[in-house]
Structures are given as C-alpha cells and as structure tokens.
Write a protein that binds this ligand. Structure first.
Ligand code: GLP
Length: 240
C-alpha cells in the first residue's frame, strides 16, 4: 500500500485531486468508482474547481457509486443519489446518463443488485474512491462480509447507523439497510484511492494496514490489491 500522510483535510483533498486529475487527463473516458460520506466532499470541491479551470473534464467519464440506502428515493436529501448531485454531478460537465447509483427504492432489491453487478461487469473501474467506516467497513460492507461478495443488500450495524446519524435529524431516521457494491467488485478496480480524516478513523486504519487480512476488518483485504493509495490526515494516521 502506498501511504500518503497529509497535514489536514484540505491537503488530503489536494493530494487526491492530483491523482484524479492525472487519471482523467491520461484517460478521459475513465470509469470512476465514487464514494459518499464526509471524507470525499473537499475532493469533490477540488474536482469542480478543476473543471471550471479547464484542468480536467468529466465529459466522457462514467461513474459507479458504491452504495445507496434502501427505501430512499433520489430526491431525499440524505440519499446518496441526492448527495452526488449536490456535491459533484450538478457542478461538472458529466452526462447524467453516465452516472450509476444503486436504486434503493427498487421493488425487487435482489434484482436491482443483479442489475448493478451486470453493469459493473461491463465497465471495469479505472479508479475507485473509498472512505472507511470507523469499524473498518468499505462501501457498506460491514465486518464479516465475505471478501467474495458482489453487490448485495446489507443490514447496517448499529455503530454505522450511529456514525451516519449526524447527517439525519435523529437516529430513528437512519435507514436500517443499504445496497452496496461487494468487496469483490471493489477489488476489481484497477486503482484504489482511500481517504481517511480524523482520530475516529485511526484504529480502523491501523487494522487495515497492519492487522491480519480478516473479514473482521473489511478494509484489510486492500493489502492484497496491487495498486492502493491511502491518503490520510495526521490524526487518521496516528496509530500507524
Ligand atoms: C458510509 C459510506 C462509506 C463511507 C463511510 C465513511 O458508511 N457508506 O462509503 O466510506 O460512511 O464516511 P465518512 O467519510 O463520513 O466518515
């Protein structure tokens, strides 16, 4: 694993921006795997600026998001579809038809997972952006998820619901289930860039980097991937 330690969240975003800029300039029709949560927000702001300054373009880019809450339509302010529009898609030159997010409102969720897997099979992800949960989850692949998993319906751990409750007005509003790309899907990306900011992530980062490769810490499987870059602030890196 290539580990970059940056002094603060803004520096994390700038370092990640350079990797994405290089990727898009090298291959304008890249397939990007995208993430939600607080960690990528500053990177998305840098990407928006980059498009404005004509340093890069999303015109030919296709994107696949990692996950979506079950039961939320794309207009719900806490849905990941809404998040992506607000934080990135509405402000860059991407063709919305090229953006893919699992549909949390599908009547048949298993069919929706199959549909998403099929779409992923036809698009190899060139660069996958990840955050990490404080329990080591990647996407919404909670501890003990099989490393062979593909897109599936997940029952969220209480700790994850509590972590994500900051985005809702109460814990009760946080959905109990999500659709997530599986760990196998994530590992198929050619390059992986994981961002982590803050003390709350330090233990998960340590387990991911130095711990055994074990389904207890989903992120630990990244030790087996040939091209992973972790970009951490000093707090997230503090247990390494
Ligand atoms: C959620 C998302 C993950 C994300 C994680 C960390 O659980 N499903 O993809 O990595 O939160 O979020 P944050 O960046 O807000 O700490």
């Amino acid at each position: 694993m290539n580990i970059i330690i940056a002094s603060n969240a803004h520096e994390v975003a700038l370092k990640a921006y350079e990797l994405f800029k290089t990727q898009l300039n090298h291959k304008p029709n890249s397939v990007l795997g995208l993430a939600t949560g607080s960690s990528p927000i500053l990177l998305y702001q840098e990407l928006i600026l980059g498009v404005k300054n004509q340093e890069l373009s999303f015109k030919e880019v296709h994107t696949f998001n990692l996950d979506e809450y079950v039961g939320m339509d794309a207009h719900h302010p806490q849905s990941y579809a809404f998040f992506m529009k607000k934080q990135l898609f509405d402000h860059v030159d991407i063709d919305v038809k090229h953006t893919h997010i699992p549909c949390g409102l599908a009547v048949d969720l298993n069919k929706e997972c199959e549909r998403y897997n099929h779409a992923l099979k036809n698009h190899t992800i060139d660069m996958q952006l990840l955050g990490i949960g404080s329990n080591g989850h990647i996407g919404f692949n909670e501890p003990h998820t099989s490393f062979d998993s593909v897109t599936h319906v997940v029952k969220l751990k209480e700790s994850t619901r509590q972590d994500n409750a900051v985005f809702f007005s109460s814990l009760d509003e946080v959905p109990t289930h999500a659709i997530s790309m599986g760990i196998h899907n994530i590992l198929e990306a050619k390059k992986i860039v994981l961002l982590a900011i803050g003390k709350k992530k330090a233990a998960a980062i340590k387990a991911m980097v130095h711990g055994p490769i074990d389904e207890v810490c989903p992120g630990s499987i990244l030790q087996t991937h040939p091209d992973v870059t972790l970009i951490l602030d000093t707090e997230a890196a503090s247990h390494l």
